[in-house]
Design a binder for this molecule. Structure first.
Ligand SMILES: [Zn+2]
Length: 248
């Protein structure tokens, strides 16, 4: 009799587990999205909610010492338009944000008054299209030096690139890197630095500031590029396409 009762209980438990799993499997992606979005604060804008839904994290929640000034959320950018609107936080995949925290820790250990300041992190693909169109007066082959072609994709679209500089808390200003963010010209090219130094267009101090940024980012696993001092990649585009989602 006792064995019979135990068997019945097991059958009931198995049935209830199977039913539960079946219900979970039946949950539509749209339902899942609604459930995730319901848990987020109502004050968050749709743009930010969509980044969280796509598994990205606010980098300041990973490391509150990193400063953020999203230039595409202002009109102080190369095309003079605010395309991020209410979004003022910078988002990245968690593992990339953790690597950025490493760079920040290395910088602060060496220079307690300095902080990383992020201009742009993940950039959804639809925003990439807007940036590409904003430069439509420049032929496509030249434009690629400044903005990635959205048909090929940018590492920013996968959250695998960061644009940043260094902020001096004591002086209450950015370190002098020789140009502003998104300066389109040789003066911003790391590969032209020795020529720019020789011609007097860049100073030794400006190059040392760039070297400090490169040093902490390289130690944390990011790689600089040859045409923008502020841009760092965490992986190759081919690897990003395999391992990360394209952010819409
Ligand atoms: Zn960039």
């Amino acid at each position: 009799m006792k064995e019979k009762v135990v068997s019945i209980i097991i059958i009931i438990l198995l049935y209830s587990c199977t039913t539960e799993q079946h219900e979970k499997a039946e949950q539509k992606p749209q339902d899942k999205r609604e459930l995730v979005l319901e848990t987020l604060p109502k004050t968050l804008g749709e743009f930010e909610k969509s980044l969280i839904y796509q598994d990205l994290v606010n980098i300041q929640e990973v490391d509150s010492s990193i400063l953020v000034d999203l230039k595409y959320s202002t009109e102080d950018n190369f095309f003079g338009r605010d395309v991020y609107e209410e979004l003022t936080n910078a988002y990245l995949p968690l593992d990339v944000a953790i690597d950025l925290k490493k760079a920040s820790t290395i910088l602060i250990d060496k220079h307690p008054d300095l902080r990383l300041l992020v201009f742009d992190a993940v950039r959804p693909h639809r925003i990439q299209e807007i940036l590409w169109e904003a430069l439509d007066s420049i032929p496509a082959n030249v434009r690629k030096a400044y903005v990635a072609d959205p048909s090929e994709g940018s590492l920013h679209n996968y959250g695998c690139a960061v644009d940043l500089s260094i902020y001096d808390l004591k002086k209450d200003s950015l370190l002098d890197m020789g140009t502003k963010y998104d300066y389109f010209g040789y003066l911003a090219y790391p590969r032209m630095e020795s020529q720019m130094l020789a011609s007097g267009e860049l100073s030794q101090g400006q190059i040392e500031n760039r070297d400090l940024l490169r040093d902490v980012m390289l130690q944390a696993g990011f790689k600089p590029i040859t045409s923008e001092w502020w841009h760092f990649n965490r992986t190759s585009l081919a690897q990003a396409k395999l391992r990360y989602e394209l952010i819409k």
